[in-house]
Ligand binder design. Structure first.
Ligand code: 8Y7
Length: 285
């Protein structure tokens, strides 16, 4: 059950025969300064170009904050945020783009605008997301989440977190197959921090290799998350790079092939080092 190593993201290849980095591009008002829509667009383009230059293989563009307690964003507002950014980045950069959304309408518009992957923290469970994703023709990432963003951290509970998450992902993979999304188009993600306590997150990372049995490309997002802050004694997000890199290396060693991160250059270098050891490669990567 070797996962596919090459994904066709709307005509742009994503090579996961070795670890690759997905750069996070949030297009939310709190993620750009104060200058309104145009400044937000220009800033997103600069940030996207920088991450591409730092070695990102794909950029993940999101217009809705999923932090606990964040207020929901209307469909029109989410479209207004992400579609111009996707259009411009698609025109100006050669790399594939991912749309981070749970709304079927945003998925459809984003793919029309040039997005080549759908990253959905709800694993295509909202409305007709399954059918829309199937019709789009692009690969999808199915992420596990227990509960809903506003309440998921209240009392997360599992019998066996790895087994429970794997059962959920198997069910969503089957739902995709039923909707016409073949397994070769599906990436999976255990969803670090989404309805998980620290012990759950640490178990998922320690036992990440077990997810290889599902035979799908494995994406992980640990970058700057609270699990890193907690381990380091409550440090703020801007002091979580080293902890995030340590977790990224452990994920690569256990089979992760796409790392969703804020700190692209650092993660690209850490992943190259890990991969050189795994492959005993003496050539520069
Ligand atoms: C993840 C994600 C977020 C993740 C995937 C954050 C959108 C929270 N986390 N998507 N999105 N996996 N696939 O801190 O772990 O970045 S948002």
């Amino acid at each position: 059950m070797t996962p596919p190593s090459l994904f066709d993201c709307a005509g742009r290849p994503l090579d996961l025969s070795r670890p690759a980095v997905m750069g996070i591009l949030n297009v939310t008002p709190d993620s750009f300064s104060d200058g309104g829509r145009f400044q937000g667009l220009e800033q997103a383009l600069r940030q996207g170009s920088r991450m591409a230059g730092e070695g990102a293989a794909i950029l993940d563009i999101g217009g809705e904050s999923t932090r606990p307690g964040a207020s929901p964003v209307s469909l029109q507002e989410e479209l207004d945020r992400v579609i111009p950014v996707i259009e411009r980045l698609h025109a100006e950069l050669p790399l594939p783009l991912s749309i981070d959304t749970s709304k079927p309408e945003v998925m459809a518009e984003a793919v029309r605008a040039g997005a080549g992957l759908i990253n959905d923290i709800f694993a295509l469970r909202k409305g007709d997301a399954l059918a829309v994703a199937a019709a789009s023709g692009v690969p999808v990432c199915l992420m596990h989440m227990q509960g809903e963003p506003d309440s998921m951290q209240t009392a997360p509970a599992y019998d066996d977190v790895v087994a429970d998450v794997m059962t959920f992902l198997r069910e969503r993979i089957a739902a995709c197959a039923g909707a016409g999304i073949p397994p070769e188009r599906v990436l999976i993600d255990p969803g670090f921090g989404f309805g998980k306590g620290l012990a759950h997150n640490l178990s998922l990372l320690a036992r990440l290799a077990e997810f290889r049995a599902l035979g799908h490309g494995l994406l992980v997002g640990i970058s700057r998350k609270s699990m890193v802050g907690a381990v380091l004694g409550g440090v703020p997000v801007e002091q979580r790079i080293n902890g995030s890199l340590a977790a990224a290396v452990m994920a690569v060693e256990r089979g992760a092939r796409l790392l969703r991160v804020h700190d692209v250059k650092e993660t690209v270098e850490a992943a190259k080092m890990a991969w050189a050891v795994i492959e005993r490669t003496e050539e520069p990567l």
